[in-house]
Design a protein around this ligand. Structure first.
Ligand SMILES: [Zn+2]
Length: 318
C-alpha cells in the first residue's frame, strides 16, 4: 500500500470555535515520509507544529496542539478526516490560531480533501501497530487496545439523558466507512454552553456548528442527522485524537465513555512505551490488494469471454 497526499492545494475559511472570528486554513500536498505538519502564521512569522501526543496541550473544549511559541486549536475533526481518508503526508497552513469549526463535523474537511483529489505516492505506507494488549482506565472510562491488522473501533457511550442513553458503534475504519461517521456533529448541553459563554469561551459556538441539548431533547430545529449521532461523533473524535502520533495507528480499540483527555493520556502511554506496545510496519502489498487484483482479473476474463461470445456482440441498428 502506497503513501498518499493530495493532488492540489485547497483552502477554506470559517468561524473559529474559541474566538468567534473568521479563520483561514490551506491544505497543501507534501513529500513522501514528511507526515502531517501544521504551520501557524502569526505577525512574528510562521511556526511548525507536528501533531504528536506530547504536543497536545489542552483538551477542554476541543483539542489544542502547540509548542512554547505557538498553538492551534480544534484540530481533531480535520485530523480524523486525514486519518479516515488514508492521507499520510500533508501540509496545513493556519491563519488565526485555530481551525474553522465549520458545521461541527468532519464532513466539510472530507469534501475539501476529496475536492483536492487524493494522490498515490511511490513509497510504501508505514503504520504503528499495537503489538501487545493494553488497558487504560480512569474511573468508568476505559480504552482497551489489542493487536489487529487494520483500524477497528468499538465505542460505547452512556449519558443519563433521554435522547442519548447507551449507544454503541463498532466499525472497521476505512475511507468508505469513515464517510458514515464524518457527518456526525459535536454536541453539548445547554447549561454547559451558558457557562462557557459567561466565561468568554466558545464564542464561535452556535446551533450552526453543534447539537445542543436541554434536559428533554435537541434545541436545533433541524433535529439530528442520525439517531446515534452522539456515539458517531465520539468515535470521530477518537479517530482524530488517535491521529496525533507520527504514523497511522493499527489495532482493535474497545472504548467506553472516553473523551479527548483520556484519549490523549492513552496515546501518551503508547508513545512513551513504544518498545512494548507498538511496532512499526511497512505495508508493502496488503492482502486486500491481492484480493482486489484477483477480482479485477476475474472481471477481465469475464469481459473477454463476453466479447468472444457472438450472441453478446453488439448488433448495429439499421
Ligand atoms: Zn468533536
Amino acid at each position: 500500500m502506497q503513501q498518499q497526499t493530495i493532488k492540489h492545494p485547497v483552502q477554506c475559511s470559517g468561524v473559529g470555535l474559541h474566538s468567534g472570528k473568521m479563520v483561514n486554513m490551506a491544505l497543501r500536498p507534501a513529500d513522501e515520509d514528511s507526515g502531517i505538519n501544521f504551520y501557524v502564521f502569526t505577525p512574528e512569522g510562521s511556526q511548525r507544529i507536528v501533531p504528536e501526543p506530547a504536543h497536545v496541550i489542552a483538551t477542554g473544549l476541543a483539542t489544542t496542539i502547540g509548542t512554547s511559541r505557538a498553538s492551534i486549536s480544534t484540530v481533531e475533526h480535520l485530523m480524523a478526516a486525514i486519518l479516515g481518508l488514508g492521507i499520510d503526508n500533508l501540509r496545513i497552513d493556519v491563519h488565526g490560531g485555530e481551525l474553522p469549526i465549520m458545521d461541527g463535523s468532519a464532513a466539510p474537511f472530507v469534501m475539501l480533501l476529496n475536492g483536492a483529489g487524493i494522490k498515490k505516492q511511490t513509497a510504501a505506507r508505514k503504520v504503528l501497530r499495537i503489538a501487545k494488549p493494553i488497558n487504560h482506565t480512569q474511573g468508568e472510562k476505559s480504552i482497551y487496545a489489542e493487536p489487529y491488522d487494520g483500524f477497528f473501533v468499538d465505542y460505547t457511550i452512556d449519558f443519563a439523558h433521554p435522547l442519548i442513553g447507551v449507544q454503541n458503534l463498532a466499525l472497521e475504519i476505512t475511507p468508505q466507512t469513515f464517510s458514515e461517521i464524518a457527518k456526525a456533529r459535536t454536541f453539548g448541553f445547554f447549561k454547559e454552553v451558558e457557562y462557557l459563554y459567561s466565561r468568554g469561551l466558545a464564542l464561535g459556538g452556535s446551533l450552526d456548528n453543534s447539537v445542543v441539548l436541554d434536559e428533554h431533547g435537541v434545541l436545533n430545529q433541524e433535529g439530528l442527522r442520525f439517531s446515534d449521532e452522539f456515539v458517531r461523533h465520539k468515535l470521530l473524535d477518537f479517530i482524530g485524537d488517535m491521529a496525533m502520533i507520527n504514523l497511522p495507528l493499527q489495532g482493535r480499540f474497545t472504548v467506553h465513555c472516553s473523551g479527548h483527555t483520556l484519549n490523549n493520556q492513552f496515546l501518551r502511554v503508547l508513545d512513551e512505551n513504544r518498545a512494548i506496545y507498538l511496532e512499526e510496519i511497512v505495508l508493502d502489498v496488503p492482502a486486500y490488494t491481492h484480493r482486489k487484483n484477483e477480482k479485477d482479473r476475474a472481471e477481465e476474463r469475464k469481459g473477454n469471454e463476453l466479447r468472444n461470445d457472438p450472441v453478446n456482440d453488439p448488433v448495429p441498428v439499421l
